[in-house]
Design a protein. Sequence first.
Length: 154
Amino acid sequence: MVLAISAAGLMIGAYMIPLSAFSAPVVFSMLIASLITDSGPLASLLQTRPLQYLGRISYAMYLSHAVFALPLVAWLLHGNYVFAYQLTGAAAFLLASFALTHFMHEYVEIPCRERIYAWADSLTRDEALPLLRDCPDDRGRQVEKLTGSYVVDP
């Protein structure tokens, strides 16, 4: 926990201390070291369903959030709006971003990833079949189902 708090402090201080951005590898290695045991309050927080979902959709959010962020931020920050109006705009931004992100994840990211995996498997199936049959994980079993040959262990 001490490592996680130290890493957070170093990340926050990166904007205030000149050249501290060069400490990023150290900071992130400290953060990873604090989570490596997969126990403690931060690790249990990261294992909750909402944060697991955010981890799954993070790439789609990275790709799609700017659709709403650029116009909305420019509109809200450059006007003389009251705080409640800005808070409503931020809530609308979050709702619209999550809706677009969910759509992008379900209907673009997952189907494209599955097509790329299928394409890669079709290119390497003949060369990799002997290796994948010996592999105990799911990808090996999937290839065996595709080819129709099952290896029975003695």
